[in-house]
Design a protein around this ligand. Structure first.
Ligand code: 5GP
Length: 431
């Protein structure tokens, strides 16, 4: 796979706001967009067609499917069950298609939870009266049902703050243009596209070796970790998770099957990779012990908190006078893995160092940790390090060679590092 996964676009809002019309408009306008046909337990309406408007199922069958994990999300709406097929959506996205969901607000929130990169669009009518008259004029529901749907609408609107976009559907033509714009803009976002192939074409040498990753399994750890002091406080560091997230995207776009183990970073999770969120260094270690033998590369971009409090205080520590905490070192993940794992995959480590002998310290770390390569980035260089969007440094290899990376965006650097690592391992494999 050499293309980015598609977008997951959710149109939600009260029944009668016009979601279905706008969803179908997207599918008719963009050849890459496909409509997700939901399953429901509600009886079929006059003009509806099985498999086109909905898949109709009995309640018992629906409940069985919930248990089997068939649905990506499901909800009870106006007394009937509705759900989205997990397999169908995941397959479409993996092939680079965009999926349009026309679902209720509860379902939209579940989707955002499972796919933080999904785009939620809230559709509403310009007033309650317009919604009420649209519902009445459908002639499919009696007045009681319309009243109930208006009550549900009020509850749904309270979730508008969790959405990414809002469209007030007063004039259908305007709403169509707006939803088209959202679709187009999201498609153009750097975060949602592969790293532009044109960029690689301008400097092909820098990117050779990228092809090595096609079909390989890569684990990327990322972000800071948090070690709890008490029920509300923790010790952590300033890592934004951007470098790790960029590494995950670079390997994904090179065709690797990526497992992304991420601490609580503030950037959104990349689509098209398996993500496991974690909090502590111990949790990262546990996952790696399970997964690392199946991997072709482990990228240790996580900035683990090097210390944790020796005691955890259940509850909230009172603010009074001087408080003493004692800290102990968290486990050195690579050393622990080395001790526990028989067949360790190659490791690409990261080393943020300060001072003039930072490079030497990074080399020492590479040796000590048995890594195949280490990316040394000087924390005191301008535009470098934890909270910056750019970075720079040297990727050292155990054979004494290195690749120098001048200051550029972390996303670009990640592409260079993935390619350089591929070149290095290709050489090793051949020789
Ligand atoms: P209707 O029965 O009028 O077609 O749809 C009722 C409500 O259920 C609408 O808000 C519609 O968007 C929502 N809905 C349709 N399919 C799904 C689904 O798969 N999941 C969820 N959560 N809601 C759905």
């Amino acid at each position: 796979m050499n293309k980015s996964p598609g977008q997951l676009i959710v149109l939600a809002g009260p029944s009668g706001a016009g979601k279905t019309t706008l969803a179908h408009h997207l599918v008719e306008t963009f050849s890459t967009a496909a409509f997700s046909v939901s399953t429901t337990t509600r009886p079929m309406r006059g003009s509806e067609i099985e498999g086109v408007d909905y898949f109709f199922a009995g309640r018992e069958e629906f409940l069985k499917r919930i248990e089997n994990g068939y649905f990506l999300e499901h909800a009870e709406v106006h007394g009937h069950l509705y759900g989205t097929s997990r397999d169908w959506v995941i397959k479409e996205l993996a092939h680079g298609g965009s999926v349009i969901l026309d679902i209720d607000v509860q379902g939209a929130l579940q989707i955002k939870e499972a796919f933080p990169a999904s785009i939620l669009i809230f559709i509403l009518t310009p007033s309650p009266d317009v919604l009420s008259s649209r519902l009445s004029s459908r002639n499919t529901d009696d007045p009681d049902v319309v009243l109930r749907r208006m009550e549900v609408a009020a509850r749904e609107i309270s979730w508008i703050g969790s959405f990414d976009y809002y469209i007030c559907n007063s004039h259908l033509e305007d709403s169509m243009r707006q939803v088209e714009s959202i679709f187009s803009c999201e498609r153009l976002k750097i975060a949602n596209t592969s790293f532009p192939p044109e960029v690689r074409a301008f400097t092909p040498d820098r990117f050779s070796g990228r092809e090595y990753w096609n079909g390989k399994r890569v684990i990327v750890t990322s972000g800071p970790t948090r070690e709890a002091l008490d029920s509300v406080r923790f010790i952590s560091n300033r890592s934004s998770g951007l470098m790790g997230c960029s590494m995950a995207m670079a390997f994904r776009d090179a065709g690797a099957d990526v497992l992304f183990v991420t601490g609580p970073a503030c950037i959104s999770r990349p689509s098209g990779v398996d993500t496991i969120p974690v909090e502590t260094a111990e949790e990262i270690l546990e996952i790696l012990v399970r997964e690392v033998e199946k991997a072709d590369l482990l990228v240790m971009a996580a900035a683990v908190s090097d210390f944790r409090p020796s005691d955890f205080h259940d509850g909230k520590t009172e603010r009074s006078g001087t408080v003493h905490f004692e800290f102990v070192a968290t486990p050195d993940i690579l050393e622990e893995l080395d001790r526990t794992i028989d067949c360790m995959c190659p490791v690409m480590a990261f080393s943020l160092e300060f001072g003039p002998d930072g490079g030497q310290r990074a080399l020492g770390k590479m040796k000590r940790k048995g890594a195949a390569a280490i990316f040394y980035n000087p924390g005191d260089a301008e535009g470098s390090g934890m909270e910056a969007s750019s970075n720079q440094g040297k990727l050292f290899f155990t054979d004494g060679s290195y690749v120098e990376v001048k200051r550029s965006s972390k996303r670009y650097i990640a592409e260079l590092l993935a390619a350089a690592m591929g070149r290095y391992l290709m050489k090793g494999n051949e020789g």
